[in-house]
Design a protein. Structure first.
Length: 255
């Protein structure tokens, strides 16, 4: 499958098919969707780029840090190689790529320090549709969780800053596992915490790395690409959506 060529739910496309084939395809897709959503008991959200609009800020932080070493990191480079990845992984990659005169762990600590300074002044802003989705899915009886490749500090800031304490039955971050995303470990731990099987959960991610993490754990994953991840390969995702509201409606209705 070509990268990012699957039509997004919630968007229209200007191609034509025979009406009967459209009806059959639509009915098959609807039946498959309902089969998935009828077994779902939990919705597991990624954090950065899915719940909060943090990736542009993370990019700015890396720009400031790398400026000390005379290195620039373009918007396109960040989108392609670093968006959605844990900061320690990015630190190792940046040190190797640019031959920086600093240990990866020290660069990682610099990034953590800058992030902590940002969060001391307030939480990252929510992505569009998040509050409505959390309210609706929580009230509909789904167990909700956060599964993130970020550290505990960032998610704690989001929970406090946006008063989300009541929504989540489990929160798993990179500090809780040996191998973070794109490894499946964090999703497997979330399932263990909830006492559910992979078939009873749906993940929502915004990056190729996040989708890989969820699907390797056997979890159906809905992808909602954002401006930072439009060029990622989402062929492993169960469905692609243009926004969280469309994904929420599919989870509830199966079509």
């Amino acid at each position: 499958m070509d990268r990012y060529t699957v039509p997004l739910i919630g968007e229209s496309f200007g191609y034509c098919r025979h009406p009967d084939s459209v009806t059959i395809s639509a009915n098959k897709s609807r039946d498959q969707g309902k089969a998935i959503t009828m077994t779902a008991q939990a919705i597991l959200f990624d954090h950065d780029g899915t719940l909060v609009d943090s990736e542009p800020e993370h990019h700015k932080m890396w720009i400031d840090i790398l400026h000390e070493f005379g290195v620039s990191l373009s918007h396109e480079e960040y989108k392609k190689s670093y968006a959605g990845m844990p900061s320690d992984t990015n630190a190792r990659n940046l040190v190797a790529r640019f031959q920086l005169d600093i240990d990866a762990i020290d660069l990682y600590e610099k990034k953590n320090s800058v992030t902590r300074d940002y969060l001391s002044r307030g939480a990252f802003p929510l992505m569009p549709g998040v509050q409505t989705a959390l309210d609706y899915l929580h009230d509909s009886g789904f167990k909700l969780g956060v599964v993130t490749g970020a550290g505990r500090e960032g998610i704690d800031s989001t929970i406090r800053g946006h008063a989300m304490q009541k929504y989540f039955s489990t929160i798993v971050c990179k500090d809780d596992v040996v191998h973070s995303k794109p490894s499946p470990d964090c999703y497997l731990l979330a399932l263990e915490n909830l006492g559910l099987s992979a078939s009873q959960a749906i993940a929502i991610e915004d990056t190729e790395h996040g989708v890989a993490s969820a699907t390797q754990a056997g979890i159906r994953c809905l992808a909602i690409p954002n401006e930072m991840s439009t060029e990622h390969d989402f062929s492993a995702a169960t469905k692609l959506f243009s926004d969280l509201d469309s994904a929420r409606q599919w989870i509830v209705n199966g079509d």
